[in-house]
Ligand binder design. Structure first.
Ligand code: UDP
Length: 238
């Protein structure tokens, strides 16, 4: 059963369990998709019923941010642990490499996915990169065709939320891949064009603060975090 945090149902899994589940989905017939909402996305889902449907309709809903873990605990229904999308992706690639499976990288600015592909291939020998495409295209069909023709087993869809969730719902089946993962800005990190916060910040639940210092323009988006905590407090009082 999923744990409900302000209308988004999260799977209560450890990272190891989440990766096992991801691999199971990868080996199951049909297309499956994974989402990794943070408090900002939960707030988007509260306001946008279509986004809510796309997020809750995922086969795996993993809590990306420390805020979701805190929110779930405040509501008296704690989640086992934080399972950030980027770490889930890293573990998944490790497993895929062992099995010689193939991955398509979709999203980010032109050139970023290619650079990420090069770095990931070095880091995970055995992983096949089936192809790459930037995230600034006008029509879905040529991109879907390219993925299908590549024969990719999995696709990392990195278009930002909720665009990537809508994209996976609409096009998942047609790509022919068995697993699609919505991973926001992960390709920028894999390519090395954006740095992930140092370990100290990640370990202390301060990744958001590090990102805010690096990219102050995120302030508008990040104001959703206190709003999320206010909504959780209100929900708790009910
Ligand atoms: N992006 C994209 N196409 C778009 C809009 C965004 O490929 O139409 C990419 C953008 O270049 C970035 C990622 O989506 O690589 C979103 O990053 P963001 O930091 O907003 O996502 P987060 O990790 O916070 O979810």
């Amino acid at each position: 059963m999923r744990i409900n945090v302000l209308g988004v149902g999260f799977d209560n899994l450890t990272m190891a369990e989440a990766v096992d589940r991801g691999m199971e989905l990868l080996h199951s017939p049909g297309a499956h998709y994974v989402v990794t909402p943070n408090p900002e996305i939960v707030e988007v889902c509260r306001e946008n019923p279509e986004a809510n449907k796309a997020v809750n309709g995922a086969d795996l809903v993993l809590p990306d941010g420390i805020g979701v873990i805190k929110g779930a605990a405040m509501l008296g229904t704690p989640l086992k642990e934080r399972t950030p999308g980027i770490e889930f992706a890293a573990h998944l690639m490790e497993r895929m490499a062992k099995e010689g499976l193939s991955l398509y990288l979709l999203g980010a600015k032109p050139g970023v996915a290619e650079l990420a592909a090069k770095k990931l291939q070095e880091k995970y020998p055995g992983l096949k990169i089936a192809g790459t495409h930037d995230g600034y295209f006008k029509e879905d069909a040529p991109v879907v065709d390219a993925i299908r023709e590549s024969g990719a087993d999995a696709v990392f869809v990195c278009l930002g939320a909720p665009k990537q969730e809508f994209w996976m719902v609409k096009n998942g089946e047609a790509t022919g891949a068995h697993l699609l993962c919505g991973l926001g800005g992960s390709l920028d990190v894999f390519a090395g064009t954006v740095e992930r916060a140092p370990k100290f910040f990640c370990d202390h639940g301060l990744e958001w603060f590090y990102r805010l210092c690096k990219e102050p323009r995120r302030i508008g988006r990040m104001m959703k975090l206190p709003l999320f905590l206010i909504h959780v407090s209100k929900e708790k009082k009910k």
